[in-house]
Design a protein around this ligand. Structure first.
Ligand code: 3PY
Ligand code: MG
Length: 253
């Protein structure tokens, strides 16, 4: 695992920023690195990428010196171990609603004794078996970043229990799914949603837990950073390209 910029900065409690990415093209990840992002989230929940193309995206991230994170489709051991085996520096996992789901996630990301991640060292993350056997397992446990999405009313109702689970590095508020769960789908600026998000951020801050969320404007990013959010997922590769394409056309014609 090279250039783990994400973990390095989060351990110092510095703010990190990166986009969700739905494109498989390795140049996107090189561009993200050149732009100065800390990480890119390769989206296997909503994006069309396969694990094979995600592996190439990870290679591009490493060359570009940003941390590849994979958002897996769901909280399932098999997805998580494949994401980590191909070399993701972290996993981001949707819809964590209970303490038991959070524990299952934390354990799926780590080998014994912290967890029960399925074992194979003939994988990219272990340099295809070149890394010494015992060192690899310890190294992998110490260097993974586990990001749990809190994005439903059930999760908010269980917030205290979820915050107490060891091995969740970042609790990530998904405003879109949360808006749907609150019965106001897509209204991510709705005062009720913002109030809920602020109270999660405050509660997590009191417990010393790192918090992340998704933003689409610099103003929103700055506001959440001011409130203590450290993991800023800023928009989506395709959305950022569309925004720039559109403003370019509009500025010329
Ligand atoms: C959500 O908003 O639901 C996400 O998962 C991230 O944008
Ligand atoms: Mg979501």
């Amino acid at each position: 695992m090279q250039n783990n910029k994400l973990l390095h900065k989060l351990r110092k409690r510095e703010v990190v920023i990166g986009p969700f990415c739905k494109l498989a093209e390795p140049a996107i990840y090189e561009l993200a690195g050149l732009a100065g992002f800390d990480f890119a989230i390769i989206d296997l929940e909503h994006g069309p990428l396969s694990f094979e193309s995600a592996q190439n995206a990870i290679r591009a991230c490493e060359l570009a010196r940003i941390s590849p994170v994979i958002r897996v489709p769901k909280n399932e051991e098999h997805y998580i171990l494949r994401a980590l085996d191909i070399g993701a520096h972290g996993v981001q996992v949707p819809a964590i609603n209970t303490k038991e789901q959070a524990e299952k996630l934390a354990q799926a990301c780590r080998y014994y004794p912290q967890g029960n991640r399925g074992v194979c060292r003939f994988v990219r993350a272990a340099e295809y078996s070149r890394l010494p056997k015992t060192d690899y397992f310890q190294y992998a446990n110490a260097n993974v970043t586990v990001i749990a999405h809190l994005e439903g009313v059930e999760g908010i109702n269980n917030l205290d229990a979820i915050l107490a689970v060891e091995g969740i590095d970042v609790l990530f508020i998904g405003p879109y799914d949360l808006s749907q769960s609150l019965g106001i789908p897509g209204k991510v600026d709705h005062p009720e949603l913002i109030a809920k998000m602020r109270s999660i951020v405050e509660k997590a801050g009191e417990k010393g837990k790192l918090i992340g969320t998704f933003v689409e404007t610099p103003a929103a990013a700055k506001d959440w950073i001011k409130r203590g959010v450290k993991y800023i997922s800023y928009s989506v590769d395709v959305g950022l390209i569309l925004e720039k394409f559109t403003s370019t056309v509009q500025s010329v014609l």
